[in-house]
Design a protein around this ligand. Structure first.
Ligand code: ATP
Ligand code: MG
Length: 459
């Protein structure tokens, strides 16, 4: 790799000007200061760092004296946010951590004057490097060599590190997925041993890591959550999927492997990836085998939708995500003829807002099944995508939004406000979905037609 020949001392990292101002100010006042952690890792990898964290020998009060604008972000833990123009930088005093409470903030900390002691408290070697222009790369735990090898390895004894903060086990798999790395054997075995202790960690923190994992370039690493025993804690339903075979011509994998494959087949979007991860989650509970030995999973769609919602609720996902995933799972098996009228009806039933996403879900699902009838399935999806495109281009009516008539029009024609209005609009919508040429005021508000719509609602 390109950095292999570089001496750590000579390593150059491009630090943004505003972060440099902070480093220079601290140095000028006689303190040590380095950029540290994720930003060093990402710079070496040629990735754009999300934020530039700074670690320093200065105590929080000393940091505050040196800068005009600061925020006491986590002063008890040694963190002060320094504002340079509009940007905030977390400046944290060298510290030794007690047990972690919420991931960034351990219950108690001790300040130290040693950079190396501070690096020791960090989770993985690739996250435990510091850098300054003056000293170059400080890499006490061979993070650079682990980057070269593509390895996630704990700093020090993995059992101790995961015992201090069980979330680190999720972080290990998450970094492996983001970077395409392997988890080093000792670290992996320690996760296996301590996986049950993940139950001590809050759902919010687990959610963050799970989302980062499945929206990474290697979402199939979710398999390692299973192999290490972590899914057993956060969604045991998934373990059953991994252990359920599907003897059926449409399938080539176990339920769990099908779920994983389907996640890799869909665009990188949180809702879509969660949908694929969970779309068949209740298949194990619905499995029956017929006389010919073929497995069936009757009723799995509705049950999976319900369980997907439950799992997301348990992980404290926001309502919007929960509802979208549930709706997409609920319709993932929905079929209809590939012709325009049926496409309009389907989009109305599914919801026009998620219909294009549903087609993506169906495609990913198909690509994760066996080759059996695959081309037919893909041709059908392609036809539906095209027809739906034509329906939208022609602005044909799918929902009340596009109906040429609204409640006010009906009241002007003497209909009373209230339920009847809604019923009449629904009858009109049903008509124009099947007959787009009817979607105009002249037709819909014609006295005789209006009478028919009012009658239609009674039956
Ligand atoms: P990203 O920002 O991409 O999620 P990161 O490595 O920057 O990754 P942060 O959560 O921003 O992760 O934390 C910054 C640094 O703090 C890490 O690189 C690591 O050195 C340390 N760190 C964060 N969380 C933990 C933890 N739970 N245990 C030990 N060290 C941690
Ligand atoms: Mg970060």
């Amino acid at each position: 790799m390109y950095f292999e020949s570089l001496l750590k001392k000579d390593m150059k990292i491009n630090i943004p000007d505003s972060a440099n101002i902070i480093l220079d100010t601290l140095h000028g006042a006689g303190f040590e200061a380095y950029v540290v952690g994720g930003c060093v890792r990402d710079s070496i990898l040629g990735r754009e760092p999300g934020d530039w964290d700074i670690t320093t020998s200065a105590k929080p009060e000393e940091v505050k004296k040196l800068f005009k604008r600061t925020v006491d972000t986590g002063i008890a833990h040694g963190t002060v946010t320094v504002l340079i123009e509009k940007e905030g930088f977390e400046v944290t005093t060298y510290r030794i951590d007690g047990e972690y409470e919420d991931g960034r903030h351990p219950k108690d900390v001790t300040f130290t004057s040693s950079l190396i002691e501070d690096l020791k408290r960090r989770d993985f070697t690739i996250n435990a490097m510091a850098y300054s222009v003056e000293d170059g790369l400080v890499d006490e735990f061979d993070g650079l060599s682990d980057i070269e090898k593509g390895v996630i390895r704990c700093v020090g004894d993995p059992i101790e590190r995961f015992s201090e903060d069980a979330l680190r086990m999720m972080r290990a798999v998450r970094f492996a997925a983001q970077l395409g790395y392997e988890i080093e054997e000792g670290t992996f075995n320690a996760i296996k041993e301590l996986a049950p202790t993940l139950s001590k960690i809050s759902a919010e923190r687990i959610q963050v890591e799970l989302v980062k994992l499945i929206t990474s370039d290697n979402p199939d690493k979710v398999r390692q959550l299973y192999e290490t025993g972590l899914t057993k804690v956060i969604m045991p339903e998934f373990d059953l999927c991994m252990e359920t075979e599907q003897n059926n011509p449409h399938h080539a994998y176990s339920v769990g492997e099908h779920l994983i494959k389907s996640v890799t087949e869909i665009r990188n979007d949180k809702v879509l990836r969660l949908t694929m991860l969970l779309h068949d989650i209740e298949k194990p509970a619905c499995k029956t085998t017929d006389e010919e030995g073929i497995d069936h999973f009757y009723g799995h769609v509705d049950k999976s939708a319900e369980t997907a919602r439950k799992i997301l609720r348990k992980l404290k996902f926001d309502r919007n995500t929960m509802v979208l995933v549930e709706r997409l799972v609920k319709f993932h098996d929905y079929g209809f003829p590939a012709e325009k009228r049926s496409v309009r009806r389907a989009a109305n039933k599914v919801g026009d807002d998620i219909f294009p996403m549903l087609l993506e879900v169906k495609k990913a699902d198909t690509l994760a099944q066996s080759e059996f009838q695959r081309q037919e399935k893909l041709d059908w999806i392609e036809d539906v995508v095209r027809l739906y495109g034509e329906v939208k281009a022609a602005n044909e009516c799918i929902s009340l939004k596009e109906l040429a008539v609204n409640g006010r029009d009906l009241m002007e024609r003497g209909l009373p406000a209230g339920k009847e209005l809604g019923d009449v609009l629904a009858a009109m919508l049903k008509d124009v979905i099947d007959n787009p040429e009817h979607n105009n005021k002249e037709y819909l508000l014609d006295a005789q037609k209006l009478e028919e719509f009012r009658k239609a609602r009674d039956n």
